[in-house]
Design a protein around this ligand. Sequence first.
Ligand code: KIV
Ligand code: ZN
Length: 515
Amino acid sequence: MSSEKIRIFDTTLRDGEQSPGCSMTLDEKVTLARQIEKLGVDIIEAGFPAASDGDFESVRTVAEKIRRPSIAGLCRTRPGDLEAAAKALEVAAKPRIHTFIATSDIHMEYKLRMTRERVLEEVDRAVRQACGYVEDVEFSAEDATRSDWDFLVEVFSTAVAAGASTLNVPDTVGYTTPAEYGKLITHLRENVEGADKAIFSVHCHNDLGLAVANSLAAVNAGARQVECTVNGIGERAGNAAVEEVVMAIKTRSEVLGNVHTDVNTEEIYPSSRLLSTVVGVPVQPNKAIVGENAFAHEAGIHQDGVLKKAITYEIMTPQSIGRPSNELVLGKHSGRHAFQDRLKELGFQLEKKELEQAFARFKTLADKKKVIYNGDLEAIVSDEILRTDDRFKLGNLVIISGTFATATATVELFDGEQRLKTSCSGDGPVDAVFKAIKELTQTESKLLAYEVKAVTEGMDAQGDVSVKLLQGERSVIGQGAHTDIIVASGKAYVRALNKLEWHKKKHSLIEPKGI
Ligand code: KIV
Ligand code: ZN
């Protein structure tokens, strides 16, 4: 029996971006999209064009630059949303319009205030409108797993008749279980009129920790597209993680109905690292596949077994997901090539000028630190390269603090070309620096979280500071690394402000969480 393909639909740039603090700027989205294209997914959902000017521009730019996978734009069934999606995707090599409406009684009654008949009309009209723009149309029944099964059959039959070729069955609130979800997919495949003309897709949230298990149960029941995100980021507890879905399919294809994906699994680790660096959200150490401990054998018996034969305790190899085999990497004598190679392994494809910039920064750091680890390299790139559209730039910084002195910071900051400078005192040096930056940038935001950790081991380690800010509905995370943690704190704060500036400039037309 020949193996059947499971399409991988990556929604890191859309559902993933809906995780608190994970908002991305245009440049960040394009950087990630390039890596996700390398990962070999079939479809990249680049955003929700009607949501904001920023989202529209992101979908359009990703569609312009990323040519191999299909590029999807999400939209409600409203005519204006569909128009915006079609316009943003005009330039795409393979455009897909993804339209959705809620179908559960709870959502229809309390959120949409629509009857079932009205929802069916919306589905029909929206899918027909979408088909007028592009050939490839996906329809999602939001909150499908809490919807009446007979009504769902009607909804999907209407969508197919109107021209949808992919039918997505989202577990929007992460409510279902593998057995129930498998049965639902089977029921739909058996009862939707024209089911054989469409591909059934699944989109699972992880509220009960079942997103991947549910997705795989659906594959067993005949679903042929899985929607997921890198590192499993997404609304609330997140989405099914692409690395887990793909490696489960690769490792246990025989129990999943002899299926495969076209994902280049060696790009999994670089994709995970890049996302974590871009959004500033660390990967938990015990995270399956990409966590720091995923391939670490601590118990003596396990170590002994692995040394004798890796298969005793290893069901897949670190190489198969593109994990560099040695952590200790470079020093001050390392050349450009070694530097560039290691950056590639971590998911960074830099242009010539960026590479020169990063290499110069690496050499300066290597003079201060004996060994440079992967974490240091990620910090360099995240600090210097992934921020071309920043409005504010931190200049010099002088701090006075200690047990006898009131902490005072003198901060130099550039607002575009304009050089600004001020001094502030505060409750400790970090507070003083933040106050000075706030005064210079004249910004209003709430500090939600502040965290410092060492990037690597050793007394000479860089401090990695993460700052989470809230402005209105939008929360962002900024990161900064430096051997001086006060400087790292200033950088992280300025970075978070720059992200807020970008989103303000691209002014949200609907609430970011309004889907
Ligand atoms: O979770 C969900 O229902 C969604 C849809 C818009 C596909 O993200
Ligand atoms: Zn979702």
